[in-house]
Design a binder for this molecule. Structure first.
Ligand code: SAH
Length: 580
């Protein structure tokens, strides 16, 4: 019912719950089964229930937990003191015999309980009085509407529960089939209106988000000015559907800040479109609204602060008003395993409307979010991919460009910046660009081995696709002379079969055969291997393109690990201290 909600996570602690979980999963598009590791097989595995539930709850994911209600309550208890928007949380008996809505009364938990109850052929354990009596939660209007005052709403519902009848003023189509005690002459009224509640205790005011505010210029007190314009017309701030501005101002921080203060999306109209409307003053906020061509909206022309308002007859979908500022996030997925993906990168992936990248990495990002588009290519042309990402972002989309490891280490971030610097399309500069770091292969491999990068080191790509081989040889020679630990990316490939041997020859001319070497293959991925050896022992046949090669310095050393299997028999580290 609430379209803004994410698909639920169905939590399973053992195989006995899987059949019921599957039935719930089938009810919701893109729902996923999260199963306790080593106990049951789901779409997502987790190792610690409490931590996992809290993380999902913080992200606003609806939870259907197939376990005792008490377990769920205890897990989430530390988060409940902060009264913020809470997602629906339900406990469901493993065998599907009982469903108990626990939290999220205002985000549709009872709706979900009814849906699950209906699918399983059981009565949901609804405990909300208003909901029981009227069959719906009056305080949870559908998308596009906002309650004026929750406190007043609660008082109003308790009046109805105590026997008062109500009339309905304005358009409330979602209440058409609700069993309310209605009376056209009642003192109580549910009023659907963009105008502010006047404080009358007999009224429940619900605001349709039907107002657009347009601004023509940035201003540090923009939110105050918009609020003043609304006040002057008696319009409620909660009725605001969007803040509208000229596309040329997309990068302006004061606009973004005003929209955040007003809790509305910021949308833009291209001035060229606005100018087409008529031949009046181009610098006019009203003209931005006219470009939206809203049917039957009442327009309030620019005020002294250059703010114009339009009031439509029904809620407006902000996504259809002009366009959003596009966003381009270049992020690193880390080496592969989910727990080495930073929360910041995870959030950017979840937020993205489009993922762009090499097919292997796009797959590594996990299952797509509902509606998310994936542009996976086998194309190695990085600049072309970067340009494609900018084109998408210019349409107002939120694009995540994904690389493995860190995006700034032999990956997409530099290509994206190069594309931007060379761009002649001014719209590219207005895209909100962000680079989110990741755990690079050298760091992930080093951590597995111990601390081989504990002193000065360098990262080198042995690929001569983008630089002449002579440059690589020169850098290898100097790095070897400088006694730097070296991390080799792209050490070898089918198209570059001899280069690694030549590189090792250069290093061996300077470094002793006893120099420590670490090889990490598919680190942080299924089938990962880690080997340590000496430079003298290393052969290019030990290495492939999925391998990270770390060649130690003269001080890099190793010692035996206790109680580990053969392959991980020693710790390798480079001491912090270095003597001449
Ligand atoms: N941006 C990536 C590097 C891309 S270059 C990063 O920061 O990690 C690709 C090279 O990185 C591969 O040829 C290999 O040498 C190394 N590499 C990437 N992922 C790896 C992994 N999981 N295990 C070992 N080496 C890896």
């Amino acid at each position: 019912m609430n379209a803004a909600l994410r698909p639920p996570a169905v939590i399973v602690l053992g195989p006995g719950a899987l059949a019921t979980a599957q039935r719930v999963k089938a009810l919701y598009a893109h729902a996923q089964i999260h199963a306790l590791q080593d106990r049951a097989q789901g779409d997502v595995a987790f190792s610690e229930l409490g931590e996992h539930l809290r993380e999902l709850y913080r992200r606003g994911t609806p939870l259907v937990a197939l376990c005792a209600a008490g377990i769920v309550i205890r897990c989430l208890a530390p988060l409940l003191a902060n009264k913020g928007a809470e997602p629906p949380v339900l406990a469901l008996a493993e065998d599907g015999s009982a469903v108990v809505p626990l939290l999220g009364g205002l985000t549709g938990v009872n709706v979900m309980a009814r849906e699950i109850g209906a699918a399983l052929g059981i009565a949901p354990a609804i405990t909300t009085s208003g909901e029981l009596r009227f069959g719906t939660c009056l305080l949870n209007p559908p998308d596009g509407y906002a309650l004026s005052s929750l406190a007043q709403g609660k008082r109003f519902v308790s009046d109805l529960l105590a026997g008062d009848a109500t009339r309905i003023e304005g358009d409330a189509p979602w209440l058409d089939h609700v069993d309310l005690p209605r009376d056209a002459a009642a003192a109580h009224a549910i009023r659907v209106s963009p105008h502010v509640w006047d404080g009358d205790p007999a009224q429940l005011v619900i605001h349709p988000r039907s107002v657009v505010a347009a601004v023509r210029a940035p201003h540090e007190r923009l939110a105050d000015h918009v609020q003043a314009a609304l006040d002057e017309r008696g319009l409620a701030a909660a009725s605001l559907a969007a803040l509208l501005a000229p596309a040329a101002l997309m990068g302006d921080a004061s606009l973004a800040q005003a929209a955040a203060v007003l809790h509305v999306p910021l949308r833009f109209v291209d001035q060229a479109d606005a100018a087409n409307v008529a031949d009046a003053d181009h610098d006019n906020a009203s003209r931005l609204i006219e470009a939206l061509k809203l049917d039957d909206a009442t327009l309030h022309a620019d005020d002294a602060h250059g703010i114009a308002l339009a009031v439509a007859h029904a809620p407006l979908d902000a996504a259809t008003l002009g366009q959003a500022r596009g966003k381009l996030t270049v992020l690193g997925l880390g080496p592969g395993r989910a727990d080495l993906l930073t929360p910041m990168a995870r959030a950017a992936l979840d937020d993205a409307t489009d993922l762009v990248g090499y097919a292997t990495y796009v797959d590594m990002a996990g299952p797509p979010r509902p509606g998310q588009r994936r542009h996976a290519t086998d194309n190695r042309e990085e600049l072309q991919r970067a340009r494609h990402a900018f084109e998408l972002a210019c349409e107002g989309r939120r694009v995540a460009v994904v690389s493995s490891g860190d995006p700034g280490v032999f990956a997409m971030a530099a290509a994206v910046l190069e594309a931007l610097e060379g761009a002649d399309d001014p719209r590219w500069q207005r895209v909100e660009l962000q680079i989110v770091p990741g755990v690079s292969a050298a760091l992930a491999t080093a951590a597995q081995a111990g601390a081989p990068l504990g002193h000065d080191f360098c990262m080198l790509s042995l690929s001569d696709n983008l630089k002449p081989w002579a440059v690589i040889e020169k850098r290898l020679h100097h790095a070897a002379l400088a006694d730097l630990v070296m991390a080799f990316y792209n050490p070898i490939s089918r198209a570059r079969p001899w280069q690694l041997d030549r590189a090792l020859e250069i290093v061996r001319a300077v470094r002793a055969p006893a120099t420590r070497v670490v090889l990490g293959r598919d680190v942080g991925r299924p089938g990962e291997t880690l080997r340590t050896m000496t430079l003298g022992e290393l052969q290019s046949s030990d290495v492939d393109m999925r391998t990270m090669v770390i060649v130690g310095s003269s001080t890099t050393r190793g010692f035996a690990r206790e109680g580990t299997h053969e392959a991980l028999s020693e710790w390798v580290y480079t001491p912090r201290f270095y003597a001449e």
